[in-house]
Design a protein around this ligand. Structure first.
Ligand SMILES: *[C@@H]1O[C@H](CO)[C@@H](O)[C@H](O)[C@H]1NC(C)=O
Ligand SMILES: *[C@@H]1O[C@H](CO)[C@@H](O)[C@H](O)[C@H]1NC(C)=O
Ligand SMILES: *[C@@H]1O[C@H](CO)[C@@H](O)[C@H](O)[C@H]1NC(C)=O
Ligand SMILES: *[C@@H]1O[C@H](CO)[C@@H](O)[C@H](O)[C@H]1NC(C)=O
Ligand SMILES: *[C@@H]1O[C@H](CO)[C@@H](O)[C@H](O)[C@H]1NC(C)=O
Ligand SMILES: *[C@@H]1O[C@H](CO)[C@@H](O)[C@H](O)[C@H]1NC(C)=O
Length: 344
């Protein structure tokens, strides 16, 4: 008996057109990439022919965030100042709410539409997630709380952060290794000014990258972090120039096919990391982190190869001509550097 009554009541409710019927969307998602957020609210049995017959209310949790009064054609956005509906689409049953991402807060939004005596409502959940799956957990944990803290999701994953800092640091250490060989092994054969220039350039590079790393290290995306990343990545172009200079001034190396290959590898790494950087900085979610990191890795690898090459060359020179080394090497080197100076 009771189920029948309930059924009939339900029938009345739906077929008697006492209700507005709304399409149900369980949730919509957004990322840093959405500049505007659209919360769908579609009434599919709207009959009103004038806006004056319509009233729209949007609620988040318990409180109203937006109302539209058709009788006065007046929209009132409460704390969500950018919230608006399109009055043009409203007569077609589209009461979707649009707002800027900066206003958006994840949560359950309820859309209530009233058309004369008929009304209906639907709830859509707005979810935030970062572009990368590896960050999704970090993002969700913070979303758990109802606070506005949800915007502070990590930019790169912790492992990516470490690699982004480690590779350039390693590359710089390897440069200092090369510099060590130059100053210790070939001290007498290389002009002091060149060594001093190398030292200053290396020191400037080291300081810039350390400053970049300090700006970059803390977790969430910010312009500070982005500029830190820029300071880490872009100055590695100096490593190419430094490595080139070291090859040129080191006796027995010059622009051999090995040094050219190493420099080409290093340029390739630099280009990759700069492309990766521009994609990570301009794009809302850094899905190109791996590109950036492999570029930085290649730069470090090129520095390592350069160091190994110099070490081998230095060792060879010693074993081939041990007794005359003291006299001839500086002499040769002097001739070479003279030749180079003439080339320049
Ligand atoms: C809304 O639901 C109705 C009925 O289920 C369907 O015909 C219509 O295509 C839906 N509209 C949208 C925009 O999803
Ligand atoms: C965010 O942007 C994506 C892709 O453009 C879109 O599919 C999605 O509906 C947007 N989310 C919201 C809440 O507007
Ligand atoms: C209602 O106001 C909007 C601007 O807020 C305007 O574009 C629209 O023409 C108005 N509609 C009517 C029926 O006055
Ligand atoms: C607007 O926000 C303030 C605090 O952020 C809150 O106290 C107030 O109740 C909000 N107003 C509405 C209409 O939600
Ligand atoms: C509803 O209106 C919004 C603009 O406010 C538009 O972007 C969206 O596509 C419309 N949805 C439908 C189903 O027409
Ligand atoms: C929204 O509502 C759904 C189901 O009612 C619930 O599972 C979810 O946790 C709610 N989300 C928020 C952010 O309150």
């Amino acid at each position: 008996m009771w189920p029948l009554v309930v059924l009939q009541l339900l029938n009345l409710a739906y077929c008697g057109s006492a209700q507005l019927l709304l399409n149900v969307t369980k949730f919509v998602e957004y990322t840093n990439c959405n500049n505007t957020i659209l919360l769908p609210c579609i009434v599919y049995n709207i009959e009103a022919t004038a806006l004056a017959d319509l009233f729209v209310k949007w609620k988040l949790g318990g409180s109203y965030i937006f109302t539209y009064n058709g009788a006065t054609n007046e929209s009132i956005p409460f704390n969500f100042t950018s919230a608006k509906i399109s009055t043009r689409d409203l007569l077609k049953g589209n009461a979707s709410l649009e707002m800027d991402r900066k206003d958006a807060v994840p949560g359950n939004y309820t859309c209530e539409v009233t058309e004369l005596s008929r009304e209906g409502e639907t709830t859509v959940e707005l979810r935030y997630h970062t572009g990368l799956t590896s960050h999704a957990c970090a993002g969700k944990n913070r979303l758990g709380g109802e606070s506005r803290d949800w915007k502070s999701v990590s930019w790169f994953s912790p492992n990516e952060n470490i690699l982004i800092v480690i590779f350039p640091m390693l590359a710089i250490l390897l440069f200092w290794g090369q510099f060590g060989i130059v100053t210790l092994k070939y001290n007498s054969s290389i002009m002091k000014e060149k060594t001093i220039l190398l030292f200053i350039a290396g020191l400037v590079l080291t300081v810039i990258v350390i400053v970049g790393a300090i700006l970059f290290i803390p977790g969430e995306y910010s312009t500070k972090r982005a500029s830190g990343l820029g300071l880490i990545v872009v100055p590695t172009v100096m490593l190419i120039i430094l490595q080139y200079s070291i090859f040129i001034i080191t006796p027995g190396i010059g622009m051999s096919s090995y040094s050219i290959a190493i420099l080409i590898l290093q340029i390739l790494g630099f280009v990759l990391s700069v492309v990766g950087l521009s994609l990570c900085v301009t794009e809302c979610a850094p899905v190109h982190g791996p590109l950036l990191i492999s570029g930085l890795g290649i730069v470090a690898l090129a520095e390592l190869l350069g160091l190994v090459y110099m070490k081998l060359t230095a060792a060879n020179q010693r074993t081939i001509q041990p007794p005359r080394k003291a006299v001839e090497e500086p002499l040769n080197a002097f001739k070479e550097s003279k030749g180079m100076m003439n080339d320049e």
